[in-house]
Design a protein around this ligand. Structure first.
Ligand SMILES: Cc1cc2nc3c(=O)[nH]c(=O)nc-3n(C[C@H](O)[C@H](O)[C@H](O)COP(=O)(O)OP(=O)(O)OC[C@H]3O[C@@H](n4cnc5c(N)ncnc54)[C@H](O)[C@@H]3O)c2cc1C
Length: 192
């Protein structure tokens, strides 16, 4: 549950923020249609609220109404201004640059698939550790090592969790193997 644009959180006024994860193949006409706005502009990351092509939304809505349970279908039916965001995951190869004068924090350091809902935890962790760096209690290189270690493990976990819900069994097995290898490697300090 989230406030309205005016900050109203009263029951009956407040909004429900919902997400529908949906696979579209790279280079498919469906992805192109979903990422092209009402003015014909193709977006890479997000098509903002009010800008989704009515044809693309009508198709997605029809699918939702015919396949989702009644309460979810009602949510879809009543949604007036949806937006679409392409999901990416990535981890930087380094966390601090220019001899500890520049740091990557939050999503800039590591962007996870959303299924683990740990990205805000990461941003908070970075803020806490950065305080230690600024107080001279943690070296920039150690900050980089610690944050990348946590980031890589959480990134792999997000791939496992996402594949559990949306991928094939083979893809899931492969993701689990890679995750276990990473965790063992980190425990044995073979990798960060
Ligand atoms: C729809 C949605 C749902 C989500 N749900 C969850 C959830 O349930 N749980 C969870 O943990 N995470 C969730 N996330 C992810 C979470 O919101 C992000 O991981 C988190 O906000 C990252 O924080 P950040 O500070 O790294 O980046 P941001 O919050 O993106 O902050 C970056 C800031 O930098 C500003 N900025 C950008 N460019 C410039 C510039 N050139 N100059 C100055 N300022 C600039 C931006 O305006 C922004 O304020 C969700 C994200 C989305 C989009």
């Amino acid at each position: 549950v989230i406030p309205t644009d005016d900050g109203d959180l009263e029951a009956g006024h407040r909004l429900l923020n919902w997400v529908w994860y949906y696979h579209l193949a790279e280079d498919s006409p469906e992805l192109a249609e979903a990422m092209t706005d009402v003015n014909g502009k193709r977006h890479y990351g997000t098509v903002p609220r009010g800008q989704i092509s009515p044809t693309a939304w009508a198709k997605q809505k029809a699918l939702g109404l015919s396949t989702m349970p009644a309460p979810i279908a009602e949510l879809i039916e009543k949604t007036e201004t949806p937006f679409v965001t392409r999901i990416n995951d990535i981890v930087s190869t380094n966390g601090s640059f220019f001899n500890g004068k520049l740091f990557l924090v939050g999503d800039a350091l590591a962007a996870f698939r959303p299924h683990v809902a740990l990205s805000t935890n990461q941003a908070a962790l970075h803020a806490r550790l950065l305080e230690e760096v600024l107080e001279g209690k943690l070296k920039p290189a150690d900050w980089s090592r610690q944050t990348l270690r946590w980031g890589r493990a959480t990134w792999m976990l997000s791939i496992v969790t996402g594949t559990l819900g949306l991928g094939s069994r083979l893809a899931l097995a492969w993701a689990i193997i890679k995750y276990i290898c990473l965790i063992i490697g980190q425990k044995l300090r073979l990798v960060n």
